[in-house]
Design a protein around this ligand. Structure first.
Ligand SMILES: [Zn+2]
Length: 434
């Protein structure tokens, strides 16, 4: 039985999919207005590992991850780059696809783009209007939060608490400060589409309600995203989808944030580390290992140091790469040992396999799972170093099982999937260049 932490229930619960053996999952993707950084990588890798584990446990997973390709940030970027917003989005979506491939992310089953689902969004907004949950004002359309009593349930805030400090900005036509835009009236130079309320573009939140409904229907199993999306984005998605269709996601999962030596990553602090920057000096598999060395819900740190010339150094990444080097060297030794056996045994699952699966079934605890992998490799090296540590047959069976089960673990974590020599040669070459 898999247990997971449900943000809405605020506790760990048994995972019971709607249909036995099947999992439907929607994860909020990136707003493509710049190159992806290591913070984006953390969310993406967290859910990649969750999907991999569910699949390895035999679930038939349908995984939908959207691309937000129309948004205020993209429009602002198009002004600074001097090219149309849709062109900006397209080029950063292509860059993201390349980064995700290099990070070894399994592609989602569906990767819908917001601009290809405007009609779906208009449908959801019309439904909300019919149900008295949306109103048009000044060419915009707003969600009427007062009509949805469950508002605030995901983030654990009451509407009264939320109202404190909320205000209506100049130019907005809301009735209440908590109301949010479903549709925004067209402004000159911005991407726009025709709608029953006049030309305009969708609000960000409605995009996910429309796309998740299109591909997963009225109800599905898991909705995921970074914890920074809990409020307001996911709270608003719930209000929209449950308001329009009566049901929505059964479980809510959120990955923790990535901190940078105690600082928030920002361009002004000069500590934005893009995935491409990491790839210049490190193996991206090491970035993946670093990101999953911490449980997906815990905050993780990415430290940045400086050399004498002020160039950035990434000590955590160096350490992760050294650890991966140890993993691959051990795998290489295990393979060489198994190759010497004239009739390799087929041993039952090792302690590694059992402990690894137990850790992953317990809310996808990759930190504990990697600990078990490490222990198993220490044991493997001990057995390889000294044949006298165990009787011959037992030693052969244990080493054969470890070679096999370490790969099962690597498959779930998305690491150790290359022939060891490939990784080790790449790393040697890279260390010479540094
Ligand atoms: Zn979303």
């Amino acid at each position: 039985m898999i247990r997971l932490y449900d943000t809405r229930a605020k506790k760990k619960v048994d995972f019971q999919p709607r249909e036995p053996g099947k999992v439907s999952l929607y994860v909020c993707g990136v707003t493509v207005y710049d190159l992806c950084h290591v913070g984006h990588a953390r969310t993406a890798v967290s859910f990649d590992v969750i999907v991999r584990h569910l699949r390895n446990r035999g679930f038939d997973v349908r995984f939908v991850r959207n691309i937000t390709d129309v948004d205020d940030k993209i429009i602002r970027k198009s002004l600074t780059e001097g090219r149309p917003a849709l062109e900006v989005a397209q080029s950063y979506a292509e860059a993201m696809a390349e980064d995700w491939k290099n990070l070894g992310l399994a592609p989602p089953d569906v990767e819908p783009r917001a601009t290809q689902h405007i009609a779906d969004m208009i449908d959801v907004i019309r439904r909300l209007e019919e149900r008295g949950l949306a109103y048009a004002a000044g060419g915009d359309v707003y969600y009427s939060v007062a009509g949805f009593p469950g508002y605030g349930g995901l983030s654990g805030q009451s509407p009264e608490e939320l109202l404190t400090g909320a205000r209506i900005e100049v130019g907005e036509h809301k009735r209440s400060p908590l109301d949010f835009a479903l549709w925004k009236a067209a402004k000159p130079g911005e991407p726009q589409w025709d709608s029953p309320w006049g030309p305009g573009r969708p609000g960000w939140h409605i995009e996910c309600s429309a796309m998740s409904h299109r591909y997963l229907g009225d109800a599905f199993d898991i909705h995921g995203g970074g914890s920074d999306l809990i409020f307001p984005h996911h709270e608003n998605e719930i209000a929209q989808s449950e308001g329009a269709f009566g049901s929505f996601a059964r479980y809510w999962m959120h990955s923790g944030m990535l901190n940078f030596g105690g600082e928030k990553m920002s361009k002004s602090l000069g500590n934005v580390v893009t995935i491409r920057r990491v790839a210049e000096t490190h193996d991206l598999e090491a970035l993946r290992l670093l990101l999953i060395s911490v449980h997906y819900r815990s905050p993780a740190n990415f430290s940045i140091a400086r050399d004498a010339d002020g160039n950035p150094l990434y000590p955590d990444l160096d350490e992760a790469e050294a650890r991966l080097d140890y993993f691959y060297r051990t795998l290489e030794r295990l393979d060489a040992f198994v190759a010497t056996l004239s009739s390799p045994p087929s041993p039952p699952p090792s302690d590694l396999a059992r402990h690894f699966i137990e850790a992953m079934d317990n809310d996808f605890n990759t930190a504990a799972a990697i600990g078990h992998l490490y222990d198993a490799f220490i044991l493997a090296n001990k057995l390889l170093d000294d044949p006298k540590v165990a009787p011959k047959a037992e030693r052969q069976a244990t080493l054969t099982a470890l070679a096999r089960d370490a790969r099962m673990a690597g498959d779930t974590l998305g690491i150790m999937r290359r022939p060891p020599a490939d990784f080790l040669n790449d790393r040697r070459a890279r260390l010479c260049q540094r």
